[in-house]
Design a protein around this ligand. Sequence first.
Ligand code: DX5
Ligand code: ZN
Length: 225
Amino acid sequence: KKENWIAPSILSADFAQLGQDVKDVLNAGADVVHFDVMDNHYVPNLTIGPLVCESLANYMSREGLEAPIDVHLMVKPVDRIIPDFANAGASYITFHPEASEHIDRSLQLIRDSGCKSGLVFNPATPLDYLDYVMDKIDMILIMSVNPGFGGQSFIPTALRKLKEARQRIDESGYDIRLEIDGGVKVDNIAEVAAAGCDTFVSGSGIFGKANPNDPNRFDTVIQQM
Ligand code: DX5
Ligand code: ZN
């Protein structure tokens, strides 16, 4: 198992001051910026694209903030947006296998674009999609909510899927991160870690705690995670 990473989801940030919010969570100890891309087609919500990714990547390098940008694509089709995110400074690009006509090709395209690749599993999607592509992925993302919105509650069967994914990773011998996304908070993160997870996305659990007078402000929360 790899070093634990906390990945705040900017879906719950204040987009009117996105750079500052990202700076704050990274200075508070977060390791990754989780970047949720929704297209109002594959999921019923609309968020941000390569333009915002590029602005954020430029801001981060100006400010000397070094952290991977973890782009979670909830879009269909997948392929034509991959090079745009690679050029916009993405480090990881993950997508939902149901959204791609040719999963192997999409994974290859991500790596050929110079990024790390991964597959995302919805709560009811089996891990079978991994069977023939373990050598082509750098990350497995297990959804513990149905994709589309922040602030939903954790679906407990994700724990069993994490354990199964952990076993697949260990048996494969490949260098693959195991990430969870949805409903992760200070109070359930230990259980998620025990199931074999090493990369923890949290949106409302972190950015919902931005009030400077709150004793459980996000810096404290990140520390506790
Ligand atoms: C949901 C997104 C998540 C979301 C998580 O579709 O993929 O990254 O922001 O938010 P919380 O942590 O609030 O469940
Ligand atoms: Zn996400």
